[in-house]
Every structure is written in C-alpha cells, then in structure tokens.
Design a protein around this ligand. Structure first.
Ligand code: SF4
Ligand code: SF4
Length: 352
C-alpha cells in the first residue's frame, strides 16, 4: 500500500491533470446543499463539505436510466428492433466520497452481483468507478457509522483514502485503481503519517456519540418483531414521501416502465420506493402492503432483519444519517433499530 502526501498548493493542478485520464466527479455546492457533479475544465471539488444531500448512488444507478429504445417508423434505420442504449463505461473518478457512501456500494453490490444473476447495467457502471474517499475529521451529529459496522476513516469500497492533515492531504492508495489515479495527478511524494492518521481517526470516532444496537437482530424471531406493537407508533406520522429511500445509499429498488410516444418508445428503469402505495400492487389490484404501517414496517424489516438473515453480514445501513436529517416528520432509524433489537414480547406491556 502506497501512502502519498499531496500538498494542497498542488491539489488543484493535480485534479486538472487527472481529467485527461478520468471523467472526474466531486462535491459541488448548489444553494445550501452539496451534490456530486461532473467537473468540467477548471472546476474543482469543494472539499469543505460534510456530506451530500443525495447520496452518490445515482452515479452507478441513475434515478432514471434508459435501457432500450425502439421505433416503428419505416423511415428510421433498424425500425421494429429493440435497441440497447449504449452506456458510457469510460473511467470515472469520484473525488471526496465519504467512507459510508463508498461502503454502501458494497452492500448494494450483493443485490446486483448475486451468485444467481448479475445486473450488467449496475456492474459495468460500478466497475468504471475509482472511489477517492475523504475521511471525516468532523462527523455530523446524526452519523452513527461506527455502530453500523463502519467508521469515519473506513476503507471498505475505496481505492484511495484522503485524510486532511492541514496543509496537505495524506493519500492512502488501497488498490491498483488508486495507484493509477495518484499517478494521473502526478502525486508521488511518499508520506510517513501513520501516527497522525491514527490520532485523527480516534478523535473523529470519539465525536460520534449516536449509535444503534444490532447484536440481537439476527436471533430475534422474525414473526415476533413483525408483530411487535410499536409499528403503529413508528408509522403514525410518516407521510410516505419516499425521501428516506431516495436519499439512502443502500436502497436499491427500481421499477421498469415503457414509455411510448407516437411510433417510438423507450424502456426506462427508475428508482422506486417500498414507501409508495403502488410499489407492491398486483395485476389483480390486490395490494399486500396497502396500509401505511405495512410499508413503513417493510422498510425497516428489510434493512434490519431480512437483510441480516439473508447475508449474515451486518445491516443494510451504513449509518450515514441522511434519512434522519431529511425525514420531514423526524422518523429516526436509530430509535427504530434499537426498538427492534431490544424487543422482548415477554417483557412488553401492551396498551389495553
Ligand atoms: S422520509 Fe419520513 S415521512 Fe417520508 S417516507 Fe420516509 S419515514 Fe416516511
Ligand atoms: S442512515 Fe438512513 S439513509 Fe443512511 S444508510 Fe442508513 S437507512 Fe440509509
């Protein structure tokens, strides 16, 4: 593993150099929020940010993604043929991604790169990415990554981890892709900063005071949690807006729609949400999750129980805190997770 020092005076010129080898994305402030954008010539990532409002999952799984097009117009070449939309798989570098969001791609990968099937759209886009992570020296008050199994300096899913040490960044290259990116930026000066990084990491972890308990989620009987009396309270104020799922880096659900206009059409896949009433509606009109409480319960049961049982590898949440910050009615996954983890029907005194 290479550890390189990047003097901040040479940061902007190095980023410009990487643009000849990569399409570069980075956090950009728009109004009061940051989001990841493609950086054109002269544009720089704004590294003075906490995290983006929308997670960078859209770089791999766009909110709306064209899959196929067709035309029935006899004047169009190849009419009557369903044509796959070509994808841009040229190398891309995502500079400044937070460790939680990079780790989230590994959770989502379990769904799109399963032993039984592989999703070429997702995988081709993911494989084109080089993730340049940015350690969180100052986590947000809603971050709980440490108890979700990750941390502000976590390296999972990253190709490079950048640590801000004042006048410079220390760059830990974690993969061959990371080596390539550093070389493209012309950064080669070796750093000796392991003690400094360790101290910053411990200081950052100490700032994370919110947490979840997950130790009993796997062994609690599914039906007991499913039938627990607290779901009505959890769901009471939810307006099923879907903000939690759309902003979440570990939510992967989508729907495929055909849109026809005149003699041509397009097949799209679009983000969907288990919070929406139409999500599970059957062709018969029957909806197994027709009530709001059923949809709210599904979101948490999927992330914190079904996923845990299926993969036996943590929870389907990296503790980024977005859903807590953005929920308009203050539903808090930390509270729900602890309720699920600690629920004991024998000790429950249910209201009459
Ligand atoms: S963001 Fe809040 S109100 Fe909106 S669907 Fe999620 S839990 Fe419900
Ligand atoms: S904290 Fe909320 S938004 Fe973030 S990964 Fe967990 S469920 Fe998703």
């Amino acid at each position: 593993m290479k550890v390189i020092t990047i003097d901040k005076k040479g940061w902007a010129s190095g980023i410009e150099k990487t643009k000849s080898a990569f399409q570069v994305f980075g956090p950009v402030k728009e109004k009061e929020w940051h989001s990841f954008k493609a950086l054109g010539p002269g544009e720089q990532p704004d590294m003075a940010y906490s995290n983006t409002r929308i997670s960078p999952k859209f770089l791999v799984q766009p909110q709306s993604e064209p899959m196929f097009t067709y035309s029935l117009d006899e004047a169009v070449e190849d009419h009557h043929i369903l044509k796959e939309v070509r994808k841009d798989t040229a190398p891309k570098a995502v500079v400044g991604i937070r460790p939680c969001d990079a780790a989230a791609f590994l959770i989502v990968k379990r769904n799109f790169d399963a032993p039984q099937y592989q999703d070429p759209y997702w995988l081709n886009a993911y494989n084109a990415m080089t993730f340049i992570g940015f350690a969180c020296n100052t986590p947000c008050s809603t971050c709980f990554c440490t108890s979700a199994g990750y941390g502000p300096f976590n390296e999972a899913g990253l190709d490079v981890l950048l640590v801000d040490v004042g006048d410079s960044f220390v760059a830990k290259s974690l993969t061959d892709k990371g080596d390539t990116w550093l070389k493209a930026g012309g950064w080669t000066s070796a750093a000796d900063a392991s003690g400094k990084i360790e101290a910053l990491m411990q200081a950052a972890e100490a700032k994370i005071t919110s947490n979840v308990s997950t130790d009993k989620l796997k062994t609690r009987p599914t039906t007991q949690i499913y039938e627990a009396p607290f779901w009505d309270d959890v769901a009471f104020s939810c307006i099923n807006c879907g903000t939690c799922t759309y902003s979440c880096p570990t939510c992967w659900c989508f729907d495929i729609q055909d849109e026809a206009r005149g003699t041509s059409g397009i097949r799209m896949r679009n983000w969907d949400s288990c919070m929406f009433p139409m999500f599970t509606i059957h062709g018969t009109g029957h909806n197994p999750r027709g009530a709001k409480v059923q949809r709210v319960r599904q979101r948490f049961m999927h992330k914190l129980k079904y996923y845990v049982e299926k993969y036996d590898n943590g929870i389907q949440c990296v503790g980024c805190g977005r859903c807590i910050r953005l929920c308009p009615v203050n539903i808090d996954i930390r509270k729900v997770c602890n309720q699920m983890n600690d629920y004991d029907p024998a000790a429950c005194v249910c209201p009459a």
